[in-house]
Ligand binder design. Structure first.
Ligand code: C2E
Ligand code: SIN
Ligand code: SIN
Ligand code: SIN
Ligand code: FE
Ligand code: FE
Length: 400
């Protein structure tokens, strides 16, 4: 962990290596995870977060915190926090986004009276964390456009006590932030392309925001994480799989491109013939990924093809049963039905939460893999946090 001991050449070589790795990550959340992790490793920082600019606000997009993780190792709730802060001089992050310059604060207790920004204690108050030193770095593209900020918190000495960041950290990080920014831009483009594909396929409605697919993807990776941990998958295996699972899960219904609007948007129950046509979306989607040139294709194929199979073998299109259904298909089946029931659709209102839970319990071992239902209920506070993060209506919750 202690990179300060390395000489300059080693440090540069390492930066180049990380840069190369970042360029291979296509999913934006996995990318933010890797960027924060590497930044914190380079500076020996206890915590950090990334804010990305969306709708002229700094959206809290990713967080890591070793101390809080140690206190509550199984809780992933934090990363689904949802808040945004305005881009102005009153906050530290806002100031850095506005000026496009790195800000190093040795102790947030003692910020000069004559600067416009002040430290916002609300996060520390809620979490019980104690922020001391902070370095806030703008994420600037090569064209000079600020897309967000990265904030790292509490550099640690040998004994783990918080100390100020070093001036040398600042130089390395400005280089690193540049390559991180271009990787984020690329991942954003991939994500936008996928969202456009999904819009074309499922939503076809300018009011829709892609919330359903974001929620299904997030539930799915949380389910997978717990399932894989029980099987002692390595950290690296889990990370690699999460990366492609998010994208593949988002594409589960992409085969609906082939279904006419008359059926897809029918504001009533489908008749038998209509439902027969609707059911072809599973295979239609799978066909798009046939050939399996990449792991992502193979997984997208499996999920599109099998997300309507049932554990008891009564699903469609192939009536696969139990563990013959790939795990990703079993996971997305549960995530998809949960989200379909808890949300309103053109053909049905949202269900009461207690009724949805009752269905999951009743369908454990019938529609759904019982182990997955058990995991789902055990992480239900995370599931709810995901719903808060991706609400159906196009609004955000402001706290700061
Ligand atoms: P979807 O809306 O994403 O729903 C996914 C799955 O959630 C459904 O798969 C079903 O297993 C479950 N689900 C959703 N709503 C209900 C509900 O009110 N009751 C019950 N018991 N289960 C529900 P399924 O049935 O294979 O449907 C696949 C897709 O077909 C749906 O995706 C939706 O796009 C469409 N669809 C299904 N039924 C209707 C309908 O009556 N009218 C319209 N317009 N579309 C429908
Ligand atoms: C800020 O940068 O002032 C907001 C984020 C934080 O308080 O950590
Ligand atoms: C990729 O190119 O591997 C991801 C983007 C996509 O699925 O279109
Ligand atoms: C299912 O589609 O089997 C779950 C929903 C239900 O049976 O009510
Ligand atoms: Fe489907
Ligand atoms: Fe769906």
């Amino acid at each position: 962990m202690d990179i300060l001991a390395c000489d300059t050449d080693d440090r540069l070589t390492e930066l180049l290596k990380i840069n190369d790795e970042l360029n291979h990550i296509k999913d934006i959340d996995s990318l933010l995870d890797a960027i924060l992790y590497e930044t914190r490793r380079l500076t020996n920082a206890d915590a950090g977060s990334i804010f990305l600019i969306e709708n002229r606000m700094l959206n809290f997009s990713y967080v890591q915190n070793d101390t809080l993780k140690k206190r509550d190792p199984l809780n992933n709730k934090q990363i689904y926090s949802n808040f945004a802060i305005p881009i102005n001089e009153t906050s530290i992050a806002g100031y850095v986004a506005l000026k496009g310059k790195t800000l190093k604060i040795d102790d947030v207790e003692y910020i000069d009276d004559n600067v416009p920004y002040s430290f916002n204690r609300s996060f520390d108050k809620i979490s019980g964390y104690n922020t001391k030193s902070m370095m806030t770095i703008p994420l600037v593209t090569t064209r000079g456009h600020v897309i967000g900020v990265m904030q790292i918190i509490n550099a640690k000495d040998d004994k783990g006590n918080p100390i100020a960041f070093q001036s040398s950290d600042e130089r390395y990080l400005s280089f690193f932030a540049g390559s991180a920014t271009s990787a984020i831009e690329k991942a954003k483009m991939t994500r936008e392309m996928i969202l456009r594909m999904i819009k074309m396929a499922e939503l076809r409605d300018p009011k829709e925001t892609g919330s359903h697919v974001n929620r299904v993807a997030s539930y799915s990776i949380e389910l997978f994480q717990k399932w894989a941990e029980k099987r002692n998958f390595t950290h690296k295996e889990i990370k690699n799989y999460r990366d492609i699972l998010r994208i593949a899960a988002m594409l589960h219904d992409v085969g609906k491109v082939a279904i006419s609007d008359i059926i897809l948007k029918k504001p009533a129950r489908l008749n038998e013939d209509e439902f027969k046509i609707m059911k072809t979306h599973a295979y239609q989607g799978a066909k798009l990924f046939k050939g399996n040139v990449s792991d992502l294709d193979a997984l997208s194929y499996d999920i599109a093809y099998t997300h309507h199979e049932r554990w008891d073998g009564k699903g469609y299109p192939r009536r696969l049963k139990g563990e013959d259904i790939p795990i990703a298909g079993r996971i997305v089946a549960l995530a998809d039905v949960y989200d379909a029931l808890i949300s309103a659709r053109v053909y049905k209102p949202a269900w009461e939460e207690s009724d949805v839970i009752t269905v999951l319990e009743k369908e454990s071992g019938n529609h759904f893999d019982p182990e997955l239902v058990e995991i789902f209920l055990s992480i239900y506070d995370v599931i709810k946090a995901i719903r808060m993060k991706f609400p159906d209506l196009d609004f955000k919750i402001f706290t700061s």
